[in-house]
Design a protein around this ligand. Structure first.
Ligand SMILES: [Zn+2]
Length: 376
C-alpha cells in the first residue's frame, strides 16, 4: 500500500483517470450510506457534491437525531454501508478487468504480439527504418512479446542479458572489416577503424575446444551480421553445430536489439529502455475501424476503479477523525462492549483512544509516504 501522489506514485498524465474514478468511488460510497439510512428510516438532510482539495466528491448528510435513536447494530450498518459498497464496486471492477480479454476477443487479437499506438517525438527509434505507428511487434532479441506486460519484461530481460549471435565462419570471413586489434586504456578491446559507425567489434565465444575457424576479434557490420545470424547465444546457450557464437563488444549501456515485427526486422543500437519512448497495446484490432486506444482506455479505467474504490474503503475503515472509521469503531464498541461493561463512558473513552491511535497511524503513514516518494 502506498499513498497516491499524482506525478510521483501515479503518472500525472493519468490525472483524468483517477479524478473520474475518485468521483465514481465517492458517489458509490455515499449512495451506500443513503440506501442503508433510508432502510433504517433515517432521513437524509443533505445530498450534494463538494470540493476535496481540487477534486469534487459526493457527500450525504444524515439526520443526526434519527441516527441517535437507532440501536448500535443499525447505526453500524449505516456507517459500514459506504465501505461495503466500495468493496463490492472494487471486486466487480476487478472481475471485469480479469475477463476483459474474453469481452474484447471478438474485436481484438490478444496474446499475439503488441501494436504500436504512439511514439514520443524525441524517440531515437522514430524514422523510416525505425518503428512506425501501427507496427506489430512480436519479439525483442530472443524474448517473445505476447502482450504489453511481456513487452516490459522483455525490455528488463534484454537490459540485463547481453546476447551474442550464432553465425557461420563463412559469414564472418566474408563480412570481416577488421583493422588492427587494439586495447583501449580501460582494458576494452577495439578492432574497428575509426569512422565505421555501422560496424562493431565482435568477440568470438568458443564453447567447445574445436578447431578455431574465425579470429578472436572481428569488426563486422551490424545489420548484415544479425540478418545472417540464425540464433542467439550467450554463456549458457551455445550455438548449433557448424555455427559460432560472436558477442558485440559494446559499453554497458549500449545493446544491439533485433526488434521483430510482422513484416520487417528493426536493428537498433542503444539502450533497451529507449524502447519506452514507444507506446504499445496488447489489443490488436481485428478490423481497421477499431482503435486499440478504446480498449486500453477502458482497461486502465476499470483497473483504477478497482484500485481506488478499494483504497477508498481502506481509508474509511481506519478509525480516524473525520472518517467513517471513527463512527464505525464507536458503534462497534457500543454494540460489543456496552452490554458487557455497562458503563458507556468507559466505552466512549476506549473508542476515543482507538480513534486517536488510528489518526496517529494514518498521519504517520501519510508523512512516511510523502517523505519516501517526494524528491526532497
Ligand atoms: Zn462514508
Amino acid at each position: 500500500m502506498e499513498p497516491v501522489i499524482p506525478g510521483v506514485t501515479l503518472p500525472a498524465s493519468e490525472l483524468g483517470y483517477y479524478s473520474l474514478t475518485l468521483i465514481i468511488s465517492s458517489i458509490v460510497h455515499e449512495v451506500g450510506h443513503a440506501i442503508a439510512a433510508v432502510r433504517e428510516d433515517v432521513h437524509l438532510s443533505n445530498v450534494g457534491v463538494r470540493l476535496f482539495f481540487i477534486l469534487p466528491v459526493a457527500y450525504v448528510s444524515l439526520n443526526t437525531d434519527d441516527i441517535q435513536k437507532l440501536n448500535s447494530k443499525k447505526s453500524l450498518k449505516i456507517f459500514c454501508a459506504g465501505v461495503w459498497h466500495n468493496i463490492v464496486l472494487s471486486l466487480g471492477a476487478y472481475v471485469i478487468y480479469l475477463i476483459l480479454p474474453i469481452i474484447f476477443s471478438s474485436l481484438y487479437n490478444l496474446n499475439s504480439g503488441v501494436i504500436v499506438t504512439d511514439i514520443a517525438k524525441n524517440s531515437p527509434l522514430k524514422g523510416e527504418n525505425g518503428i512506425l505507428l501501427h507496427d506489430k511487434i512480436m519479439q525483442i532479441n530472443d524474448c517473445v512479446v505476447t502482450n504489453s506486460k511481456k513487452w516490459y519484461e522483455c525490455l528488463q530481460k534484454t537490459k540485463s542479458n547481453k546476447l551474442g549471435f550464432c553465425v557461420t565462419a563463412d559469414a564472418v570471413n566474408v563480412l570481416d572489416e577488421t583493422s588492427d586489434v587494439s586495447h583501449i586504456s580501460n582494458g576494452e578491446i577495439n578492432c574497428c577503424a575509426p569512422g565505421k559507425f555501422s560496424s562493431v567489434c565482435f568477440e568470438y565465444i568458443e564453447h567447445n575446444d574445436g578447431i578455431v575457424e574465425i579470429p578472436p576479434h572481428s569488426c563486422l557490420p551490424v545489420r548484415p551480421v544479425i540478418e545472417k545470424s540464425l540464433k542467439f547465444c550467450n554463456v549458457d546457450v551455445s550455438c548449433p553445430e557448424g555455427l559460432h557464437c560472436i558477442k558485440p563488444l559494446l559499453n554497458n549501456s549500449t545493446h544491439i536489439l533485433k526488434i521483430t515485427c510482422v513484416h520487417k526486422d528493426i536493428i537498433y543500437m542503444g539502450h533497451p529502455y529507449d524502447l519506452l519512448t514507444v507506446h504499445v497495446s496488447s489489443y490488436i484490432p481485428k478490423y481497421s475501424f477499431i482503435s486499440s486506444n478504446a480498449a486500453d482506455t477502458f482497461e486502465r479505467f476499470i483497473m483504477y476503479i478497482a484500485l481506488f474504490s478499494f483504497g477508498f474503503a481502506i481509508i474509511n475503515v481506519i478509525p480516524c477523525f473525520f472518517m467513517d472509521g471513527q463512527h464505525i469503531i464507536s458503534a462497534l464498541l457500543n454494540y460489543v462492549l456496552t452490554p458487557r461493561i455497562g458503563d458507556e463512558k468507559v466505552v466512549a473513552t476506549i473508542s476515543l483512544s482507538v480513534t486517536l491511535c488510528g489518526t496517529f497511524f494514518l498521519f504517520c503513514f501519510m508523512i512516511y509516504g510523502v517523505w519516501t516518494h517526494l524528491p526532497l
